[in-house]
Design a protein around this ligand. Structure first.
Ligand SMILES: [Zn+2]
Length: 141
């Protein structure tokens, strides 16, 4: 299922739990912790940690960054607590239990978010160009 996807396919990067799980090469908690690497990946988080922040993660969907984890933290609950509008966090269920409709719905929302972000970036570029143009006009007067 994963082999058709490449890392350059950024829209679908980390959409699947297996892809997120693969980012946890080092994780400070073991499998007995509520926030084990498996559970973190299940709840939408990818590992973004470093030496200084060994437990830093980010949601692939809402991009929320979280660290300061404790072994008794429930990743699904923490996710929703810190990102109430995240459509992924609202699932509160592992992907293996989703219906096909839930998959489609989430994929749709994910793509919608990505396109909205692209449009906002493009708007910023146009704004910058517009201001530059206006400046060059006013200095020419
Ligand atoms: Zn999220």
């Amino acid at each position: 299922m994963m082999s058709a996807k490449t890392k350059s396919d950024s829209i679908n990067n980390y959409f699947y739990q297996e892809e997120r799980r693969a980012t946890y090469k080092k994780w400070i908690f073991n499998d007995n912790a509520l926030c084990s690497a498996d559970k973190m990946a299940e709840a939408g988080f990818i590992f973004t940690g470093s030496l200084r922040e060994p437990d830093a993660v980010a949601c692939f969907f809402c991009h929320k960054h979280l660290d300061g984890w404790e072994a008794t933290d429930d990743p699904w609950k923490e996710h929703l607590n810190h990102s109430k509008h995240c459509e992924f966090a609202k699932m509160q269920t592992a992907q293996e239990n989703w219906t096909l409709e839930q998959w489609f719905d989430l994929q749709y929302k994910y793509d919608e978010n990505a396109i909205r972000k692209q449009c906002e970036d493009a708007k910023e570029d146009i704004k910058k160009y517009f201001n530059k143009l206006r400046k060059s006009y006013s200095s020419a007067l």
